[in-house]
Design a protein around this ligand. Structure first.
Ligand code: SAH
Length: 250
């Protein structure tokens, strides 16, 4: 019997239920998976008509959530069957479905995030404070689900080409005199978390494998700061030049 509809031609329209407010204001430097940098924080803010307390009833009892989102800054007309994951040095090609690349036929992402706090404000703002974030500011969220350890945490799972977490200390980070002063001021202002975030992001070496020239300067946009740093002359070294208060839009 012929099927009533042809599922291969079905299409679906999904609209965001929430938006991410993230400390990461540009893609460069964002950790490549959630949970790698605990200081990376943000909020998932529910959009109307989903901004009702009932929709999150019971969620506060879970420590982690699954967030399903759109890679809205990786939208492309075409797609490629293979990608070059950073973990393989950016040279070896692997099937896109064997990767977590943002460039996918359907640019949908999945992150397990720590739920720090559920905020329900009187004026209808409902936000989920999360940490260990790997998402860009403004990321549209399609769905939120509780993380269920009994089924989602699989102790015997095999990690393919990404067996271990990437090195957290790929680069040894030092600071210029200016950056030392600026980070010290932040510490005094109670922003040790931001200082740690800066240091950890650079220590993890966010550079793509094919752009690793020594002495090159890079900018990372964090909250309303521009973190300017330079790769060392020696491999394995980096220097934070400046943490500039950013007045432009980014
Ligand atoms: N945990 C997710 C994301 C992996 S890719 C998953 O496995 O599906 C992570 C990278 O996506 C980050 O390093 C960042 O550069 C990029 N990214 C994060 N949010 C994005 C967005 N909204 N649009 C495009 N790229 C994004």
């Amino acid at each position: 019997m012929a099927p009533a509809s042809q599922p291969e031609f079905a299409s679906f329209e999904f609209k965001p239920v929430a938006l991410v407010e993230s400390c990461f204001k540009s893609k460069f430097g964002i950790p490549r998976q959630p949970g790698l940098i605990a200081e990376a924080r943000g909020s998932i803010v529910l959009l109307p008509p989903y901004n009702q307390p009932n929709i999150v009833r019971g969620l506060e009892d879970f420590s982690h959530i699954w967030v399903i989102f759109v890679f809205h800054e990786a939208l492309r007309e075409d797609w490629k069957a293979t990608v070059r994951p950073p973990r393989l040095g950016g040279e070896t090609r692997i099937g896109v479905f064997a990767s977590r690349s943002p460039f996918r036929p359907m640019p949908i992402g999945l992150s397990a995030l720590k739920l720090e706090k559920l905020n329900i404000a009187a004026h209808g703002r409902i936000s989920l404070e999360v940490s260990g974030l790997d998402l860009l500011d403004g990321t549209p969220v399609l769905d939120i689900k509780p993380y269920l350890p009994y089924t989602d945490a699989i102790a015997t799972a095999q990690g393919g080409f990404a067996k271990e977490a990437p090195a957290a200390d790929a680069l040894q980070v030092k600071c210029s005199e200016k950056a030392t002063r600026q980070l010290e001021e932040l510490r005094k202002a109670g922003r040790q978390d931001l200082v740690r975030l800066c240091l950890k992001m650079i220590a993890a070496d966010p550079r793509p494998a094919y752009r690793r020239e020594p002495q090159r300067q890079y900018s990372i946009f964090l909250e309303d700061y521009e973190l300017i740093w330079k790769a060392g002359v020696e491999t394995g070294q980096a220097e934070i030049m400046e943490l500039r208060k950013n007045t432009s839009k980014k």
